[in-house]
Design a protein around this ligand. Sequence first.
Ligand code: KG4
Ligand code: ZN
Length: 325
Amino acid sequence: MKILGVETSCDETAAAVVEDGARVLSNQIASQVEIHARYGGIVPEVASRQHILAIIPIVRQAMAEAKVTWNDLDGIVVTNGPGLAGSLLVGVNVAKGIALAHKLPIIAINHLEGHIYANWLNSHSIDFPVVCLIVSGGHSDLVLMKGHGNYTLLGRTRDDAAGEAFDKAARILDLGYPGGPAIEQAARNGIASIKLPRAWLEGSNDFSFSGVKTALLRLVEGNKVSSRADAAASFQEAVVDVLVTKTVAVAKDYRARQILLAGGVASNKLLRQRLIADSPIPVLIPEPVLCTDNAAMIAACGYYRFQAGKTSSLDFDVTASLRLA
Ligand code: KG4
Ligand code: ZN
């Protein structure tokens, strides 16, 4: 089964063709990072206009790279939330147009669910129940997954998401945008020698990252940071420490067989290494290009929905604050 995935929830215009939910035949991504970097963050109106310019060429490129025609496709899958409404609308309407014109079944997918399914790409074998840690620009969710499409939210951030915290810390340290890769790169030349607080929130599986960000801000404002590299390393260490410790504890509590890491922050090397080192059960992590926003993960997720006999009718809408569970 060959599926075209379309993803425009934030600042990446993406299209991909995936076979049987696992083999990536193409994975095209047009990033808007350079455009938004000028403003230090995503400008929603600019993002949706860029999606309009990029979406058709990106879909064509994905089809060409996969060497498929419309007749070769069995379905189309598109993200309808959560994300920026104007951005989501572009992908959803293009996907609906394609479905209508080429008489293809269509499925609307939750972006976070897509991130989880990046773990199915390139033939990983998954053994339920699993605990998923989804860490992106907008979410830090701990999710118990007992089967395909079966999610229970166990914990979430009470304030900043992990990726958002990285982005804000990078701004505080004047390291540029997007912050996650900038902090990671700066941290390579530093030592995690600065003590920063960890919000353990005892008795809860929730996260909180605004305290560590504010602590960093106070240090910078008080001219107490002599090395930005050390500050970046210390910040990264503090965030990764909490993410890993809480995820491993939750996986034990719920007797998970595996841990699945997902979302843009999952491309962080320290997080990947630390989670693998500290977990007593297998940890699956997509390759970095499949951690950040892409359409292959959306197509993979849609495959399992089609397999379960589901399709969406063409009147579905975008939902900016769509929840997973
Ligand atoms: O999943 P994603 O590509 O988009 C959303 O759904 O939000 O995640 C983007 C987030 C950004 O906050 C970015 O700073 C963060 O992921 N990120 C990283 C790294 N690469 C991207 N954070 C830490 N380390 C990285 N290497
Ligand atoms: Zn994402």
